[in-house]
Write a protein that binds this ligand. Structure first.
Ligand SMILES: Cc1ncc(COP(=O)(O)O)c(C=O)c1O
Length: 373
């Protein structure tokens, strides 16, 4: 397909790594898996390691300066989130951001949990509102995405992050940070890693976007007193995770090649992110949370599109070659009605697309919006 044809359509819903990244991984993964199976032999082919491959848990323990006994490695970030949600008593109250990772909302509801959304600001959550909520309800956990938040693209300030932790700690609420976009920062700066202490916070991470979705692997760091509770659920739900993958990843990290791969990804995605920031600032100033500095997502609210017009607007965009959809699944149930009154809320992604495609996509979306009035 030529670039010209490609530029005629873009699917902003496709939050996947770019093909170039996966192509580059082919020799690394082929050699890495072979090496890992030869090196660890039946140790990675047999049952065992309920909480994950021990050498990888040791590396993760070192990265987070904590006891590897607190680490559970799984088949992706969502798997460990789901196991964590399943480990909480049914019908627990969980505070989430007003817009968050949609699958967490869906999965938590399957376990009967009651979700309450707290307002997001460009630097984290609305702390006054959070304080009010923890005083009013008996809250079991808070779940937040502090780096390059999905779907808003915001970054928590250190001050906001620390305040959230303190509020949770004071009330005996589990504070769970999903840090899966921490290392995906493209503006040349580094995010400040979150420190764990005995009480927490819980950290959740994923290698899906930093290595590949096919080699699915993620982990959770828990307070020691939660490990047994989760361990029972782990043993009954998935027994052992995919061990050859974890062996490959532990060698990949230890060799130093993973860091280089991350550098490559960040350099590749930077012009794509810049193109989206620039196009949004040009065509939709004020309609999105903040300029992105990394991650995979940002979101856009089209204030002129009423709930009744949503579907026809999505259809008109599709006809113009733009794949978009309302992102109501990502919104906390208690925030949906009020957010809906503010306009069409949607999530946009960029890493899989070339800058010119992104620029074309956003300017075309603007034309569709203008023509729709
Ligand atoms: C915030 C967040 N957490 C977790 C995940 C899922 O990770 P995995 O693909 O490793 O299950 C995603 C994927 O998009 C995500 O955005």
């Amino acid at each position: 397909m030529s670039d010209v044809t490609e530029a005629k359509s873009i699917n902003f819903l496709r939050g996947v790594p770019s093909d170039e990244v996966l192509e580059r991984l082919i020799p690394i993964a082929s050699e890495g898996y072979e090496k890992a199976i030869k090196k660890y032999g039946t140790g990675v082919l047999q049952y065992g390691h309920f909480n994950g491959f021990e050498p990888l848990r040791n590396i993760i323990g070192e990265i987070h300066h904590t006891d590897p006994g607190r680490v559970v490695v799984g088949n992706g970030g969502m798997e460990v989130i789901s196991l964590f949600l399943k480990s909480l008593p049914r019908n627990s109250t969980i505070i989430i951001e007003e817009a968050t990772y949609d699958r967490v909302v869906l999965d938590a509801e399957i376990y009967g949990h009651n979700l309450i959304g707290v307002e997001l600001t460009p630097v984290g959550v609305n702390l006054d509102q959070l304080r009010e909520m923890v005083n009013k309800y008996s809250v079991a956990a808070f779940y937040g995405i502090p780096f390059h938040q999905n779907p808003t693209g915001i970054n928590y300030s250190e001050e906001n992050l620390k305040s959230v932790e303190q509020i949770c700690k004071d009330k005996g609420i589990i504070c769970a940070w999903d840090i899966c976009y921490e290392s995906l920062r493209y503006d040349g700066k580094k995010n400040i890693p979150i420190r764990v202490s005995d009480w927490g916070p819980v950290l959740i991470n994923s290698f899906t976007k930093t290595i590949s979705p096919g080699t699915k692997c993620g982990y959770i760091v828990l307070p020691m007193n939660f490990v047994d509770q989760m361990m029972r659920v782990v043993a009954n739900t998935r027994i052992n995770p995919n061990l050859p993958t974890q062996a490959f990843i532990s060698d990949f990290i230890e060799s130093g090649e993973y860091e280089k791969f991350l550098d490559y990804i960040c350099r590749l995605y930077k012009p794509r992110m810049d193109a989206l920031n620039e196009a949004l600032n040009t065509h939709f100033p004020g309609a999105f949370a903040t300029d992105m500095s990394g991650g995979f997502f940002t979101c856009l609210t089209l204030m002129k599109i009423t709930p009744e017009q949503e579907q026809s607007f999505v259809n008109a965009s599709k006809e113009a070659g733009i794949g978009i959809a309302a992102a109501w699944d990502a919104v906390a149930p208690n925030c949906r009605d009020s957010k809906r009154q503010k306009g069409l809320f949607m999530r946009l992604t960029f890493p899989a697309f070339k800058p010119d495609q992104i620029t074309w996509g956003i300017s075309t979306l603007k034309k569709v919006e203008v023509a729709f009035q």
